[in-house]
Design a protein around this ligand. Structure first.
Ligand code: ARG
Length: 561
C-alpha cells in the first residue's frame, strides 16, 4: 500500500528507508497515517510543514495513487493522511478471498524446534501447567501458518529429584513397579517432597536414588519406566482434551546419552570449573545488570541437573534437526535457568549458531489476585478447572440450548483459551470463570457465537457468494472491510513477536464489527441482489478469516452455541 510513498521518500532522500503507514486511530478522518514527516524533515534540513505538503502533492499526482486513494492530505503538525478508495479496498479483499492463506506474504522459512508443555512427570497437572501449554500450542500453530518448518517437543521433566522422591516413597510402602497407580503418585509426590524439605537425611537418600537411576540401576529403572508410562498417559489425556499435540514426546532422560559429548566439548574449550566438588560453567558477562550465577553442570555426588539435560537436549536437537532456532515456553520464573543454558550453548562449537528464545509466562491468578485456587481452596487439578468452567457456563442463563458433550468440550476450551490468550503471555492475569464463561464480552463463547450466527446467514444465502463489486454501502460495512485488511499486519506482528494475544484481540475486534454489521444490515430479506451478493461474499470471507484465527488460538468450533 505504501510503495508510492516509499518511492517519493527515496527520491527526496536519495536512499531507501523503511516506511510504514499506520492504521489511523481516527477512522472518521482517514484510514492510514504516516507520521514520519518530522524525522524526515530533520534529515533533510527542511521545514516539516512544507515537506509534508510537498510529499502529499507529489503523491497526488501519481496515477496509481489516484486509483488507490480517494484522499491524500497533509495535516498539521506532521501527518500525511490516506483514505482508500472503495474499489481499491474491494480489490484487495477479492485477492484475499481467492488466494491461499489470504495472499499474505510469508517470512523467510526456517527450521524451528519448539519446546513447551514439558510438565514434570509424577506430579499431577494443575492450573500452573495450563498456560505454557496453551501459549506454546498457539505459537506453534502461528509458526506453521507462516510457513516455518516446526518440530514440537514436549520435553517432559523425567529425570530430576522428583523421580527419586517418588521411588523412595513407593519403596517405603513396599509398592512394586507393576502396582503403581496415578492416585498413588499424586499422593506420594507432595508427601515426600514435603518430607525432604524438613529432613536433610531423606533428601540425601532421594538424591542418591536419582543419581543411581541416572547411572543405570536396573531396579530403579523399572520403577522409572512405570512412573513415566502412567504419567505420560495422564498428561496425554489432558493435552488431548486441550487439542495440544507434539511431534516428539521426549524428555530429560532421552538426552542423557548426549551428556558425554557435551562434557567433551566443554572440556575442550576449558569451560568446566571445580567449585566445592561440583562442576560449574561461568556465564556472567560484563554488561550484566543483574548477577548471572554460573550454571551447575554436575553436582558433587556426580549427578547431573536440569541445566545439564537441557544442554544435552540442545546438542541432540542439533544432531537430529539442525534447527535455526529453538523456542522454549515455560513459567517465567525459569528465566535465569534459560539465560544460563543459552549462554553455555553459545560457547560450544556445535550449538553456537542456534538462536534461542525463552518465552516466559506469567501466572494465572484468581479473582483475589493470588495464584488461582478452586472454590474448595486448593491449587486445582486441571480437571477441576474444566469442571468449574463447565458449571459456570451452563448456569449462565443467556442460552438455553442443549449441548452434546463434544460441543460442550469445545466451548469449555474456548472459554479457557480465549481468556488466556487475550493477555500478553508474560503478564499475569485474573481468571474469572464468571466473566469468561459468558456469551457477551470479550470471551470465547462470544467469538464462537458470532461465527456461528454469521455462518448461518451465509448458509441461508450461499447462492450469492461471488466476487465483491466496487461498492461499499455504509459505515458498518466499510468498518468491517477495513478491519479485514489488517489481517496481514496482525499475523506478521504475532509471528515476529510470538504474540498470540495480538491475534486474539484482532479476532475480537472483527467480531465486534461483524455484530454491528449484521445488526444494521439485514441480509435475509434483501431484494437488491447486488448488495446481497456483496454482503454475503463479505461475510463469507470474514468467517474464513475467523475460522483460521480461531485455529491459531487452538479453539475448535462447536455445531451450535
Ligand atoms: N519441566 C519443566 C517444568 O515443569 C519445564 C520444561 C521446559 N523445557 C525445557 N527444555 N527446560 O517447569
Amino acid at each position: 500500500m505504501n510503495e508510492e510513498l516509499k518511492r517519493v521518500i527515496k527520491d527526496l532522500l536519495e536512499e531507501e528507508i523503511e516506511v510504514t503507514i499506520k492504521v489511523s486511530n481516527r477512522p472518521d478522518l482517514c484510514d492510514y497515517q504516516y507520521d514520519g514527516t518530522f524525522a524526515l524533515a530533520k534529515k533533510l534540513h527542511k521545514n516539516p510543514m512544507e515537506l509534508g505538503e510537498e510529499i502529499a502533492s507529489t503523491l497526488n499526482k501519481i496515477p496509481s495513487c489516484l486509483e488507490k486513494f480517494s484522499k491524500i492530505e497533509f495535516v498539521k503538525p506532521g501527518f500525511i493522511n490516506f483514505t482508500l478508495t472503495d474499489s481499491y479496498i474491494n480489490e484487495i479483499l477479492n485477492k484475499m478471498n481467492t488466494e491461499e492463506k489470504f495472499g499474505i506474504k510469508m517470512p523467510k522459512q526456517e527450521t524451528i524446534v519448539i519446546d513447551y508443555g514439558g510438565a514434570n512427570v509424577a506430579k499431577p497437572l494443575h492450573v500452573g501447567h495450563l498456560r505454557p501449554v496453551i501459549v506454546g500450542e498457539s505459537i506453534k500453530r502461528i509458526l506453521k501458518y507462516m510457513n516455518q518448518t516446526v518440530i514440537s517437543d514436549v520435553h517432559l521433566g523425567d529425570y530430576g529429584l522428583q523421580i527419586g522422591q517418588v521411588i523412595y516413597g513407593l519403596k517405603e510402602e513396599n509398592i512394586k513397579p507393576n502396582e503403581i497407580t496415578l492416585e498413588k503418585l499424586s499422593e506420594l509426590y507432595p508427601k515426600i517432597s514435603g518430607l525432604c524439605k524438613e529432613n536433610e537425611a531423606i533428601k540425601e537418600i532421594c538424591a542418591g536414588i536419582t543419581k543411581d537411576l541416572q547411572d543405570g540401576s536396573e531396579e530403579y529403572h523399572e520403577y522409572f519406566q512405570e512412573i513415566l508410562e502412567i504419567s505420560k498417559k495422564d498428561i496425554k489425556k489432558m493435552y488431548d482434551y486441550l487439542g495440544v499435540s507434539f511431534d516428539l514426546w521426549l524428555g530429560e532422560s532421552d538426552a542423557y546419552k548426549y551428556i558425554p559429548e557435551v562434557t567433551k566439548e566443554l572440556e575442550r574449550e576449558n569451560l568446566l570449573e571445580e567449585s566445592e566438588g561440583a562442576k560449574i560453567v561461568h556465564v556472567a558477562e560484563e554488561e550484566d545488570k543483574i548477577e548471572i550465577p554460573p550454571l551447575i553442570y554436575q553436582k558433587s555426588n556426580g549427578a547431573y541437573l536440569y541445566g545439564t539435560t537441557d544442554l544435552a537436549t540442545i546438542y541432540q536437537r542439533k544432531q537430529d534437526f539442525n534447527p535455526n532456532k529453538i523456542l522454549y515456553i515455560a513459567d517465567k520464573r525459569q528465566d535465569m535457568h534459560f539465560t544460563q543454558v543459552f549462554r553455555v550453548s553459545k560457547k560450544l562449537e556445535s550449538t553456537k549458531n542456534i538462536d534461542f528464545e525463552f518465552l516466559g509466562n506469567g501466572t494465572i491468578n484468581g479473582t483475589d489476585g493470588k495464584p488461582f485456587k478452586t472454590r474448595a481452596g486448593n491449587t486445582p487439578r486441571l480437571e477441576a478447572l474444566f469442571e468449574e468452567t463447565k458449571e459456570m457456563f451452563l448456569n449462565d442463563d443467556a442460552h438455553d440450548a442443549e449441548y452434546t458433550n463434544e460441543d460442550l468440550d469445545k466451548i469449555i476450551n474456548s472459554i479457557i483459551k480465549f481468556a488466556d490468550l487475550q493477555n500478553s503471555r508474560d503478564k499475569e492475569y485474573i481468571f474469572d470463570t464468571n466473566k469468561f464463561a459468558k456469551v457477551t464480552g470479550k470471551t470465547g463463547p462470544y467469538i464462537l457465537y458470532t461465527y456461528l450466527r454469521t455462518k448461518k446467514i451465509i448458509t441461508n444465502n450461499h447462492q450469492f457468494i461471488d466476487n465483491l463489486s466496487k461498492t461499499i454501502y455504509n459505515v458498518h460495512d466499510r468498518n468491517l472491510r477495513m478491519k479485514l485488511l489488517e489481517l496481514e499486519n496482525n499475523l506478521n506482528f504475532a509471528f515476529t513477536n510470538r504474540a498470540s494475544s495480538v491475534i486474539a484481540n484482532y479476532l475480537y475486534e472483527i467480531c465486534v464489527l461483524v455484530n454491528a454489521f449484521y445488526e444494521n444490515n439485514h441480509i435475509n430479506n434483501l431484494e437488491d441482489n447486488k448488495k446481497k451478493t456483496d454482503w454475503v461474499t463479505l461475510l463469507n470471507l470474514t468467517t474464513k478469516i475467523i475460522a483460521d484465527l480461531l485455529d491459531l488460538l487452538v479453539i475448535e468450533i462447536p455445531s451450535k452455541m
